[in-house]
Design a protein around this ligand. Structure first.
Ligand code: AP5
Length: 215
């Protein structure tokens, strides 16, 4: 099964994608995570992507498509894949369709997570991520037991550089302009598009995702 999770920054794509990946044993491919790792290790890709990411702009399609091709080529392709934060532009979506066709395993469904923008701005101010295992917390709704320490692995929690309010607002405008049109793009395609209300508790959003996919 191949699934795409679409939604604004902070809508909960990473949270829901990880829960579903664990539940169904899927591989989650999150371009944001891959880019942050490239920045962390100081690779050529990381050096080229960092200024776009810090400014809340999209990294150019050519860099992203190279990254995804490379990752898909190295991944085991006998299981399910969940794409989180990719595609983000119509050219990326067209390329993903072509890559999946080549692999003989087309897209099965698209899940769109809807959340009002003011909820997102508030959520992002509280997001903390474990630098070691990637577990995502929220100081308002899902805090760690000890501040700045991951409950799962004891790693250090940090705030993302692009989660400052003015950058979040810019990322939301980039989403509206470049990524939201993908919903109409997918609605014209073969894979069903499922919309879920992401302005609910994590477990309730997860229940909606499962219910839509089981249909
Ligand atoms: P990326 O890392 O993909 O960021 P994003 O899409 O902006 O999404 P986020 O990771 O911010 O949010 P999310 O929807 O995953 O929410 P989360 O589950 O974490 O991309 C970062 C940058 O990389 C981009 O700006 C761009 O520069 C570049 N990039 C990446 N991919 C690219 C591509 N394909 N093309 C071009 N450039 C690309 O949740 C957010 C917070 O809310 C957390 O604290 C969480 O605990 C909390 N939360 C989640 N669900 C709930 C809930 N139901 N109730 C309450 N709180 C909740």
């Amino acid at each position: 099964m191949n699934l795409v999770f679409l939604g604004a920054p902070g809508a909960g794509k990473g949270t829901q994608g990880s829960l579903l990946a664990e539940r169904i044993g899927a591989h989650k491919l999150a371009t944001g995570d891959l880019l942050r790792e490239a920045v962390r290790v100081g690779s050529e890709l990381g050096r080229r992507a960092k200024s776009y990411m810090d400014a809340g702009e999209l990294v150019p399609d050519a860099l992203i498509l190279d990254l995804v091709r490379h990752t898909l080529a190295g991944a085991e392709r006998d299981g399910s894949a969940i794409f989180d934060g990719f595609p983000r532009t119509v050219p990326q979506a067209e390329s993903l369709n072509a890559m999946l066709r080549e692999l003989g395993s087309p897209l099965d469904a698209v899940v769109v997570i809807d959340v009002p923008e003011e909820t997102i701005v508030q959520r992002m101010s509280g997001r903390r991520t474990c630098a070691n295992c990637g577990r995502i917390y929220n100081l308002h709704t899902d805090p760690p037991t000890r501040s700045d320490v991951c409950d799962v692995c004891g790693g250090r929690l940090s705030q993302r550089a692009d989660d400052r309010e003015e950058t979040v607002r810019h990322r939301l405008s980039v989403y509206r302009e470049a990524t939201e049109p993908l919903i109409a793009f997918y609605e014209m395609g073969d894979a069903p598009v499922h919309r879920v209300d992401g302005d609910r508790a994590v477990e309730q959003v997860q229940a909606q995702v499962l219910q839509r996919l089981e249909r």
